[in-house]
Design a protein around this ligand. Structure first.
Ligand code: CA
Length: 239
């Protein structure tokens, strides 16, 4: 297996993507690749389903990947519907249409970028990162007490000591740190870190919260993750 060095990549986890693609092979490989990068990915296999999923969860998605030619509704129509709702979430078209006129038409419909099939997964990933980095204002360092997360090099340290986290642990911690001082609701955490097919059994969060506490809490102090009973969790600076 050819292992790509991932250290220098910008990781943006706690991000949810809707992929609308009718070619199962492409949908499968894009979803799998993005999930390995820590994104939560929902897939719609036709235009109508894609539009429904987009419209029903408009505020949940951080980026839309739309195939152009779809059964039912085209990607262009989905894109227009999203923009009509005054939603400026980044949209990338994935399509075999590649003439200049088509590109202009695609971008004029409100998309941010355009990727010609067949494409390399790394190129898609690079474009997603650029769009999301613009969206998140390039902040890549998050802290709470002695804990420091650098999303650009995908590293967490506690008191200067590196801490090994799984992909999901990292995504959960990033979400909590991005929202430092605020209460993160359990339902919201599930929506952001796990995908739409995940059973709405939020008890899985406890497992990951416990893992983070075990790895990052110091014995003398209270946990850096505060439990808000029946609601969720909050990370504060004072530990
Ligand atoms: Ca298609």
């Amino acid at each position: 297996m050819n292992e790509l060095p991932s250290k220098n990549f910008l990781y943006l986890t706690g991000m949810r993507i809707l992929l609308v693609e009718d070619e199962a092979a492409i949908a499968g490989f894009v979803k799998e690749g993005l999930e390995e990068e820590g994104f939560a990915v929902d897939v719609a296999g036709n235009g109508r389903q894609g539009l429904d999923m987009a419209m029903n969860n408009l505020d949940e998605y951080d980026i839309f990947l739309l195939d152009w030619m779809l059964p039912g509704l085209s990607g262009i129509e989905i894109c227009r519907s999203i923009r009509k709702e005054n939603n400026q979430v980044p949209i990338i078209f994935l399509t075999a249409k590649d003439t200049v006129d088509d590109t202009v038409f695609g971008l004029e419909s409100g998309a941010n970028d355009y990727l010609k099939k067949p494409f390399a997964f790394e190129e898609l990933l690079a474009r997603i990162r650029v769009l999301l980095r613009n969206k998140t204002g390039e902040q890549n360092i998050f802290t709470a007490g002695d804990i420091l997360m650098d999303t650009e090099v995908h590293q967490v340290t506690n008191n200067g000591q590196p801490v090994e986290l799984t992909q999901k642990e990292f995504a959960l911690l990033e979400y909590l740190l991005r929202n430092k001082g605020k209460v993160c609701r359990r339902t919201r955490i599930i929506e952001k870190i796990w995908d739409i097919h995940f059973e709405k059994d939020t008890s899985v969060i406890d497992v990951f919260i416990n893992a983070l506490r075990k790895k990052l809490d110091s014995k003398e102090k209270e946990s850096f993750i505060q439990t808000i009973r029946g609601v969720g969790y909050r990370v504060n600076d004072e530990q």
